[in-house]
Design a protein around this ligand. Structure first.
Ligand SMILES: C=CC1=C(C)c2cc3[nH]c(cc4nc(cc5[nH]c(cc1n2)c(C)c5CCC(=O)O)C(CCC(=O)O)=C4C)c(C)c3C=C
Ligand SMILES: [Fe+2]
Ligand SMILES: [Fe+2]
Length: 365
């Protein structure tokens, strides 16, 4: 009887490990229609806006998507680059650099990137990894601090893709890396690089993206993760407690969000006599609208208006070599037992080697 070839070999691709970096996503263009499409998908996610759909949909479609896209598009236009939205540009670059790093170490890993909202979608990139022969996939949400609003939503989308697969790849994911040594080290180096060029300011403010306060009382660890990152970074930089503070930015909607809010904190620091402020956003692995417009542009205006004299926005981790090393380390640890070296001998050759050594020792094999 003629036997069918093993399914794994039917398409001729060798098994590989895939890594999918996933960030939030961004509009395709700095225009009101593109921002409307993006916000419609983003703000329809029940992980992001936890209001019953029957109540929320009329508000979203009747008010928010009529007014916000034009205002947000103008902000996007102020930070857009010739290559596209900064978040998209940096995330693509991070995937390329991580690919180069793992390849240079002889690991048979394929790295791709996806966006939770907009493109490239998680489903299309998981399809591409599968087509490239990856039967083991590590999903890396690019959010250091876990939150149901972000990290869990990435996994919802991965699970949604899995529902449509007959042959499931093995999937692992990185839940959080807010206290990872490599990540903290990369943050510290980013700040120290800035100090080496510009000198040390009077105060370092760490601004994290906010979330509704309700998520904290419901048990979301995001708030604790932000504080832990801030403490570890402060210790790593040898900063006194009063030279460092933490705040939460980008409030959306009318509900109470995590406090202290960034804007009043900037005003309070200026009033307290801080002249030279340095502000850094450790919760964003790449510069984006929220760091380049809200923090670097609007924040500066607020601080100077309140009496401050000098305001430096320290760039996010972006393509910093220490961050690419940290990502490499995270990937290597989370693919333990998976990642095969590209130059590894095939199993048959290993077994033949074992047989020869056993023969040399006089065994009858
Ligand atoms: C870093 C982690 C983030 C968390 C946590 C987060 C929660 C969160 N965000 C909104 C609403 C908006 N966020 C927007 C932009 C935006 N948010 C993040 C990251 C987190 N959000 C990033 C990286 C960006 C920038 C995207 C870019 O294109 O550069 C926006 C869109 C911009 C705007 O119109 O203001 C909204 C809206 C909520 C409601 C929320 C938690 C409940
Ligand atoms: Fe956000
Ligand atoms: Fe914002």
């Amino acid at each position: 009887m003629k036997t069918q070839p093993e399914p794994e070999y039917r398409h001729g691709s060798p098994a590989r490990v895939g890594v999918l970096l996933v960030n939030l996503g961004t509009p395709d263009a700095p225009t009101a229609p593109a921002v409307r499409r993006y916000l419609a998908q983003f703000l329809s996610d029940q992980r992001v806006v936890e209001i019953p759909a029957a109540v929320w949909k009329p508000i979203l479609h009747g008010i928010i998507l009529r007014t916000r896209p034009a205002k947000s598009a103008a902000k996007y236009a102020s930070i857009w680059t010739p290559e596209g939205s900064p978040l998209a540009v940096w995330t693509r670059k991070q995937a390329e650099l991580l690919q180069a790093s793992v390849t240079a170490h002889g690991l048979a890993i394929t790295v791709r990137h996806a966006m939770r909202y907009g493109s490239p979608s998680i489903a299309s990139e998981l399809d591409a990894l599968k087509a490239a022969g990856c039967d083991r996939i590590l999903v890396v949400p690019m959010y250091p601090q876990y939150s149901g609003t972000t990290t869990a939503s990435v996994m919802d989308d991965v699970h949604h893709w899995q529902l449509r697969q007959r042959t499931l790849p093995e999937i692992r994911w990185i839940r959080q890396h807010h206290d990872d040594e490599g990540y903290i080290d990369a943050l510290a180096r980013r700040v120290q690089d800035h100090w080496a060029r510009e000198g040390r300011g009077d105060h370092l403010l760490l601004s994290f993206h906010g979330v509704p306060e309700r998520t904290l009382t419901l048990g979301d660890p995001y708030h604790c993760h932000c504080y832990k990152t801030a403490r570890l970074l402060g210790e790593r930089l040898g900063l006194d407690k009063d030279a460092l503070s933490l705040s939460f930015q980008s409030r959306f909607g009318k509900a109470k969000w995590l406090e202290p809010y960034t804007e009043p904190t900037l005003q309070a620091l200026a009033k307290k006599g801080v002249k030279h402020l340095q502000i850094f956003c450790p919760g964003f692995s790449a510069d984006c609208l929220e760091t380049l417009e809200e923090i670097a542009i609007e924040g500066k205006h607020v601080f100077l208006k309140a009496g401050g004299q000098r305001y430096d926005h320290i760039p996010c981790l972006n393509d910093h070599p220490a961050w690419i090393d940290a990502l490499h380390g995270l990937v290597e640890r989370h693919t333990a037992g998976w990642a095969v070296r590209a130059d590894a001998q095939p199993r048959a050759a290993l077994l033949e080697g074992q047989r020869q050594r056993a023969l040399a020792l006089g065994a009858k094999v």
